[in-house]
Design a protein around this ligand. Structure first.
Ligand SMILES: Cc1cc2nc3c(=O)[nH]c(=O)nc-3n(C[C@H](O)[C@H](O)[C@H](O)COP(=O)(O)OP(=O)(O)OC[C@H]3O[C@@H](n4cnc5c(N)ncnc54)[C@H](O)[C@@H]3O)c2cc1C
Length: 461
């Protein structure tokens, strides 16, 4: 419990109405997108400027108060759950787009800008910001940088870190650090940008971001394919890439997800389809037509039951709307849902799906599949009930089996959701022990008192 005197000092920094202490308010900041973690903070602070954040951090540093940064709380790894209480520092009031520079193809933003608002704004300038986590309607740019988020477009365009050119970060002692800048090339000393990008709020609070933009592609085409066999669908994704075509997006959803979305949204999806692949190509009109034609041929040759272009823009948008509703559909289907985030090399996708099939029948858990097939990042989602002890033990073994199957194929533990609390248990299997030591040393240099989002990434010692 924080002393009243400290809360008063925070109120003096940010203003009384930007400090929440009511039990009901605190309860709403106890959660994130996961179904397994919750812990209420002692206070929620909603600052309006870097200067305010720096002053709050200086106070927290002096009194060794844990601080958990938070954007919209949509992460699905437990990252913004304040497990040690203390301060939740939520950036949603810092939501100004500070600059869009068409000549330099850059934008500078505050961390609380919602990704969708940003996309609408840059599209008005005929520009494009590709990283597209499917929580785009609510996630903040600060959250996406802290998680190094990806999404369907990452197969062609890369993840968030490929677009971060400059950052302003308030360090745990309140110092305002500036790294990178507005140049696309920067080889001056160690590159600290990728260290903070993906650091899950454990090294500092991101208060300003300069992002690289690209011109909006002139044309796009969407294709839909239905397969009776998910393994064939996985194999055809590798065929497309092996034929030298890099689509803008290749996503898949399984029959459970299709039926669940249809039940909730009545979009007219093919409910009988065992697997649906959604593919976008973009670029110049001529390139898009040529690539779409080749992809349809490859889909048919690879055993698709149906492979066709979306009839029009409306149908294309309907397919992608269904895909982005996928996680919501899954998360509302059971009392505990664990969505794994494993990633395998793209040419091992079909083998991985086969292994998941086996794990599902051996464990007795239904494992629902949704994911970014194009970059080998699958979210096998296991439904359970964390209140049932027996279920939980079996679940742990199943999750370990899923991860080990990915590892055997040269894969990794998390493609985009981060480690947070959810995946700590398996971290030592995923990383060289020396790499973990180095990471902990970096954390100790920047945050010697361990006040910045403590107990995340590594299990509490
Ligand atoms: C329906 C759904 C679909 C999703 N789809 C995808 C997807 O396709 N791809 C993907 O990568 N993720 C996806 N996610 C996960 C999540 O939305 C992303 O990780 C997102 O970037 C989190 O943004 P946020 O603003 O909600 O951050 P939060 O959840 O609030 O925070 C995420 C982490 O970043 C830290 N943090 C937040 N803001 C800051 C800051 N300013 N400075 C320092 N640290 C900070 C927090 O402490 C926490 O550790 C999905 C989630 C949902 C619920």
């Amino acid at each position: 419990m924080l002393q009243t005197e400290i809360i008063k000092q925070i109120e003096e920094i940010v203003g009384e109405k930007h400090v929440l202490t009511d039990k009901e308010d605190l309860a709403t900041y106890a959660y994130d997108g996961t179904t397994t973690w919750s812990h209420a903070p002692d206070v929620v602070v909603l600052p309006n400027s870097t200067e305010q954040i720096s002053r709050v951090m200086k106070l927290a540093h002096t009194h060794k108060i844990p601080v958990t940064p938070r954007g919209s709380g949509t992460n699905i790894s437990g990252g913004s759950v304040p497990v040690r209480g203390g301060i939740v520092l939520c950036t949603t009031k810092m939501n100004r787009i500070l600059d869009i520079n068409k000549a330099n193809l850059t934008a500078t933003v505050e961390p609380g800008v919602v990704l969708h608002d940003f996309n609408i704004r840059v599209a008005k300038e005929n520009l494009f910001y590709p990283p597209d986590p499917q929580s785009f309607l609510s996630c903040t740019l600060g959250g996406t940088v802290a998680e190094n988020s990806g999404g369907p477009l990452c197969i062609k365009y890369g993840v968030t870190k490929q677009y971060v050119l400059g950052l302003e970060v308030v360090l745990p002692d309140g110092y305002v650090l500036n790294i990178g800048g507005t140049t696309v090339k920067n080889r001056t000393g160690y590159d600290l940008l990728p260290l903070f990008t993906g650091s899950e709020g454990t090294l500092g609070i991101i208060t300003k971001i300069t992002l690289r933009l690209i011109p909006k592609p002139a044309a796009r085409k969407t294709m839909m394919a239905i397969f009776d066999d998910m393994i064939l669908a996985g194999a055809v994704v590798s065929d497309i890439l092996a034929n030298g075509i890099v689509p803008a997006k290749v996503e898949f959803v399984d029959n459970f997800v299709i039926r669940r979305i249809e039940e909730k949204m009545k979009l007219g999806l093919p409910v009988e389809a065992k697997t649906m692949l959604l593919i976008d190509v973009d670029g110049s009109q001529a390139a898009v037509e040529n690539e779409a034609e080749q992809i349809i041929k490859l889909l048919n040759a690879g055993g698709a039951k149906v492979a066709r272009l979306a009839k029009d823009e409306n149908e294309a948008n309907m397919f992608w709307k269904a895909r982005s509703a996928g996680f919501a559909a899954i998360y509302s289907a059971a009392s505990t849902v664990i969505a794994e985030d494993v990633t395998v090399p793209r040419d091992r996708l079909a083998e991985f799906i086969q292994k998941l099939d086996k794990i599902s029948s051996e464990s007795g858990f239904e494992i629902v599949l949704i994911g970014h097939a194009g970059d080998g990042n699958i979210h096998p989602s296991v439904f359970t009930n964390s209140r049932e002890k027996e279920d939980l033990d079996r679940l742990h073994n199943t999750l370990t089996a899923i991860f080990e199957a990915a590892l055997e194929l040269g894969g990794t533990l998390s493609g985009e959701h981060g480690i947070g609390l959810e995946k700590q248990r398996l971290l030592s299997k995923a990383l060289d022990p020396r790499a973990i030591e180095i990471m902990k040393s970096i954390k100790a240099v920047l945050d010697p008192d361990n006040i910045m989002n403590p107990d995340k990434i590594w299990e509490r010692e």
